[in-house]
Design a protein around this ligand. Structure first.
Ligand code: C2E
Ligand code: CA
Ligand code: CA
Length: 414
């Protein structure tokens, strides 16, 4: 579970918090402006104003003292509310909201100390106070992440997520081997949003766990339809599969395997029709956890693929310690293979070693017939890429499975 955040609206003139009253939450200003007022010698003294991106009332996150200032909306405001309860539960987390609030708290402490040492005793000019926040280079990114995270929650709850499918082709016989499931976000205003935008945020906040569960559920249902759609003469030799992407957060969840198992059972999906796709960095980050979860998957009959192989700190000998069935060669190798003989040699040796370890190899990002031919000649088993098809909605993937013609495309290559 990730930190609870909610948007609250205040009209111009409304008081957001009052000096002397207890406080249980902090706010981040999403839009509008507020003023900060303290009482000095019975008179209100305006300490400054705050605009979008600023955090207010954050001391309530760490102590029980009453609010030290009154904060009032000077314009209509939208504020993101973070409760203390959720905050303290997640203090150790990687949630960007938590991290950012901690940074601001530290800044404020430094600020208080500086003020105590300020011989003039006068309040610091507002501009100086604000400069602390502005100076934080991670600020804009954190705010964006918070917004995306809020919207993503909505997306999950309101069925705005979609799974697209990209075909994977068997290079030996040009039959359809399976599909990779790739997430899309059908945003009500922005249209189709790329996973490159929202997956990193979902990973950071932990929302990815619910999203992956959703994706597996949909993939389990869809693979049965894809299997039924594919014509016998182009049907794969091995069971047709849908490959689902998982990230390190999914593995960190103690119920990971249990959930996969129960989803397969509930959907009555043959485990041979589902592959798990993970990156090698996951194995490096949490080797013990990964090994245990992957071994249980293997026992259940689910294949495991290593995604983006070669893009990180790859070590085939290291991989050998895990129950891995497939390596997916990162598309950056395919891109550079033509111009760089070194890349070609590298791809060749990866394929050779992987074959010796009885692993299947999939080349990703095949954009031309030439690339398909080269990787096939190097001994690659399967490939996927724009040359065959881009990721597409289920209905189009069903039509692809029905209409896929084996030979013609390939024969032209020779
Ligand atoms: P990935 O897992 O490496 O997925 C392959 C990406 O390469 C996809 O981008 C796909 O559209 C793109 N691609 C396929 N063929 C070609 C080609 O011939 N040329 C080029 N230039 N690109 C090609 P996409 O769908 O935008 O996904 C980006 C990344 O987002 C994925 O990379 C994966 O890391 C992540 N992602 C997508 N869906 C999920 C998901 O359901 N769960 C998780 N955890 N991550 C996901
Ligand atoms: Ca993938
Ligand atoms: Ca990949």
């Amino acid at each position: 579970m990730s930190i609870h955040q909610a948007l609250e609206v205040f009209a111009a003139g409304e008081t957001i918090m009052r000096e002397g009253e207890p406080g249980y939450c902090a706010y981040m200003i999403e839009s509008g402006q507020v003023e900060i007022v303290v009482t000095r010698n019975g008179q209100p003294l305006q300490l400054g104003t705050r605009g979008p991106g600023a955090i207010i009332g954050e001391m309530a996150m760490i102590d029980d003292k009453p609010r030290t200032a009154t904060i009032r909306a000077t314009e209509d405001c939208k504020l993101l509310r973070v409760s203390r309860e959720e905050f303290s539960r997640r203090l150790d987390s990687t949630d960007p909201v938590v991290r950012m609030i901690m940074r601001v708290i530290m800044t404020r402490y430094r600020d208080t100390i500086a003020r105590a040492e300020n011989p003039s005793g006068l309040p610091m000019p507002p501009g100086l106070l604000e400069s602390h926040e502005q100076a934080d280079t991670g600020h804009a990114a954190a705010i964006n992440a918070i917004k995306v995270n809020l919207e993503l929650r909505e997306a999950l709850a309101h069925q705005q997520l979609r799974l697209f499918y990209q075909p994977i082709i068997d290079l030996q016989n040009m039959r359809l081997a399976g599909f990779e499931a790739l997430m899309r976000w059908q945003h009500p205003e922005k249209g189709l949003v790329s996973p490159a935008v929202f997956i990193p945020v979902a990973e950071e906040t932990g929302l990815i766990v619910d999203m992956s569960r959703w994706a597996l559920d949909v993939a389990c249902a869809d693979v049965k339809r894809l299997k039924a759609a594919v014509r016998a003469d182009v049907a794969p030799v091995d069971p047709l599969f849908v490959s689902v992407n998982f990230s390190v957060k999914d593995f960190a969840d103690s119920g990971f395997f249990h959930h996969i198992n129960s989803t397969l059972t509930r959907q009555q999906t043959d485990p041979a029709n589902i592959h798990l796709e993970i990156t090698e960095s996951l194995l490096m980050q949490a080797p013990e956890m990964a090994k245990d979860a992957l071994e249980r998957c293997r026992v259940r009959g689910i294949s495991v693929s290593i995604d983006d192989f070669g893009s990180g700190y790859s070590s085939l000998s290291y991989l050998h310690a895990f129950p891995i069935d497939t390596l997916k060669i990162d598309q950056s190798f395919i891109r550079s293979m033509r111009s760089s003989p070194a890349s070609l040699v590298l791809v060749k040796s990866i394929i050779g070693l992987a074959r010796n370890l009885n692993m299947k190899i999939i080349a990703e990002g095949i954009e031309t017939r030439e690339e398909a031919r080269v990787v096939r000649d190097l001994g690659c088993h399967e490939c996927q890429g724009y040359w065959f098809a881009r990721p597409m909605p289920l209905d189009d993937a069903l039509a692809f499975a029905r209409d896929w013609q084996v030979p013609s495309l390939w024969e032209e290559a020779h």
